[in-house]
Design a protein. Structure first.
Length: 375
């Protein structure tokens, strides 16, 4: 949520990772396919350079932690989200930056274009990078730009961020006006290009209308359940149910919005997953943590940076209700390289079957991916 990764240069230590045998996860879930439907790949302990394009904070530790977590693939936010940069140009530039990064490190990273690529990434011990946008503002007023981004390998496009844009109202737009005529045209072009239509961050009407008009199932890749925690970033049962009924996918995040206090714990993640499964069915729920797999070493220094970032987001008009300097954009007891195994163990203790847990960890995303992208 708070770390927007740009097209900056990659830090040198990553080159050393390929020379070592990848560290694999151990235990019951070591063979699980794990897909983070919205997450990050960065080292939060490395400072940004303060420029328009932050330094991409990927180093040897980032890759080692991702491998140790068992992560098979992650939807990484690239492209324009907010700011003064020109959205289309900036988005093309960040896609090119990720292409270059992956091309320079083929033993560590692989660009995901199909479900088959995720399966291969798991088998080869590489981290699959799914190209995704968290705001469709780069479409400008041209819906056929969806064709360009699909050709560049973008596989997920979220229609809005928190405010309204030319496509529809986001979760923080009070009017809740739904899709615009242009937004309907964008959904049509995304369908035609077999790009996932993601309704995370959207207003309720925007989500419901997109689910109804889309010729393909849609996703809500990172959210919580508003029935449990009544905050705008969480989805109503009506949204969750309709997305599932149309064959879509819902990813539960590891975010402060899971608890009204803003201090979410692992038990909140489990509760929201269980509620989503009850509403959507076990074939439509997964995880989209909205975070990475490398822990923060110095929490005191991090809190200072976080306060500045929350204030920046507020001033830019892109913050969400529930964001405060004292609310971490992660779950304090469900983070780092063990987070996915810890979650699986918690679900197992709650009585969920291994088969259902495998679905939540990644198999449900693969099912949905086949529906949209093909195999």
């Amino acid at each position: 949520m708070l770390a927007m990764i740009g097209a900056g240069a990659m830090t040198a230590p990553l080159a050393a990772v390929s020379a070592r045998a990848p560290k694999r996860p151990s235990g019951q879930w070591r063979d699980s396919v794990i897909v983070n439907a919205l997450g990050g790949l960065s080292n939060p302990n490395v400072e940004n350079d303060g420029g328009t394009d932050p330094v991409r904070r990927i180093d040897a530790r980032t890759i080692a932690d991702a491998r140790a977590s068992g992560l098979s693939a992650v939807n990484v936010t690239m492209g324009y989200v907010s700011g003064a940069m020109e959205p289309f140009e900036y988005s093309v530039r960040t896609v090119a930056g990720w292409d270059r990064l992956i091309r320079d490190h083929p033993a560590d990273l692989v660009k995901i274009l199909s479900v088959r690529d995720i399966v291969h990434a798991k088998a080869e011990g590489r981290i699959g990078i799914i190209y995704g946008f968290q705001n469709a503002a780069m479409m400008g007023d041209k819906a056929d730009r969806a064709d360009i981004f699909a050709d560049l390998g973008v596989r997920i496009i979220q229609l809005t961020y928190n405010p309204a844009n030319a496509i529809g109202d986001g979760s923080m737009a009070r009017e809740n006006r739904g899709l615009t005529p242009f937004g309907r045209a964008v959904v049509e072009r995304l369908n035609a290009n077999r790009v996932m239509v993601d309704l995370s961050h959207s207003g309720e009407r925007t989500c419901l209308e997109a689910a109804r008009i889309s010729k393909q199932p849609i996703s809500i890749n990172h959210t919580g359940c508003r029935a449990l925690t009544d905050l705008p970033r969480n989805k109503t049962d009506a949204e969750l149910r309709l997305v599932a009924e149309r064959g879509g996918f819902v990813g539960i995040y590891f975010m402060p919005f899971l608890n009204i206090s803003g201090h979410a714990g692992a038990e909140d993640v489990v509760a929201h997953i269980e509620h989503a499964v009850n509403v959507c069915g076990e074939d439509h729920v997964g995880i989209g943590t909205d975070g990475g797999t490398t822990q923060i070493d110095d929490m005191t220094a991090y809190k200072s940076r976080l306060a500045q970032e929350v204030e920046r987001r507020r001033a830019a008009g892109i913050g969400a209700t529930g964001e405060r300097p004292d609310t971490f954009p992660f779950v304090i007891d469900l983070r780092g390289p063990t987070q996915f195994r810890d979650l699986a163990d918690r679900l197992r203790k709650r009585g969920h079957s291994a088969a259902r847990i495998e679905k939540i960890l990644g198999q449900n995303f693969l099912r949905y991916g086949r529906e949209i992208w093909g195999d």
